[in-house]
Write a protein that binds this ligand. Structure first.
Ligand code: PRP
Length: 213
């Protein structure tokens, strides 16, 4: 049997995702070792191999077919826009993509004013402002701690992920508009889907049955 390769996002989502794979008999003991720096883990008996990649790179590994399957946040899938099939919502890591800022910025949105938008997600922000809102804005790409931008005056608003809302609250910011809900999704390489259809379809069905909503 050919090894099925699964790319996972390194970090907090990996453990929850692996729990799901364990429930369908595709676990990997070694991967839970907190001291390991390994990036590839195999379960020979189950015929699977896991990669641990940086979030934005997971759809890249899957598009190029070096991973047959991946688990990636909807934010990353939208931002990277890779040629992969999104086949299942795993219901993990639920949060939202939002336009946020100080309450005063709400009127700038209402007026369709020319504003600066700081974000780690320029494609999502561009699509939302240009295609959904028909508003011309200046996009400023940042790499993290996005909430800083409106506080120090780099931008009027931000486009960012909101989970509990505590980062916003602690920095005097608020959700101004909700763009879309987010969660972890299962993605599949289109060629793998055709070549290994029975096995991958079975895996999708089994994960669908064990996931919690
Ligand atoms: C994310 C996001 C927000 C925060 C939202 O940042 O960019 O800053 O989590 O979570 P909350 O609503 O529960 O407060 P992350 O911790 O991934 O780090 P980053 O700022 O470097 O992107």
């Amino acid at each position: 049997m050919r090894m099925l390769t699964i790319a996972l996002t390194k970090g907090r989502l990996a453990d929850q995702t692996l729990d799901l794979f364990e429930k369908i008999g595709l676990g990997c003991e070694e991967i839970h070792d907190p001291h390991t720096r390994k990036l590839i883990f195999e379960n020979q008996n189950a015929g699977v191999r896991f990669f641990l990649a940086k979030g934005p790179d997971v759809p890249t590994y899957v598009e190029y077919g070096v991973a047959d399957i991946g688990v990636s946040g909807k934010d990353i899938i939208m931002e990277e826009n890779r040629k992969v099939y999104e086949v299942l919502d795993l219901g993990l890591g639920k949060c939202s993509m939002c336009v946020c800022g100080p309450q005063e910025a709400a009127s700038l949105l209402q007026k369709n004013a020319w504003i600066r938008v700081a974000t780690k997600y320029p494609n999502i922000a561009k699509d939302y402002f240009y295609n959904t809102r028909n508003q011309t804005v200046e996009l400023i790409k940042l790499n993290g701690s996005i909430e800083l931008a409106p506080i120090v005056g780099l931008s009027e608003v931000i486009v960012d992920i909101v989970e509990t809302g505590s980062t916003l609250a602690e920095n005097g910011l608020t959700v101004l508009e909700k763009i879309c809900p987010l969660s972890a999704r299962l993605i599949v390489n289109p060629v793998s889907m055709r070549m290994d259809n029975a096995r991958i379809s079975g895996l999708i069905r089994e994960l669908d049955a064990v996931k919690k909503f």
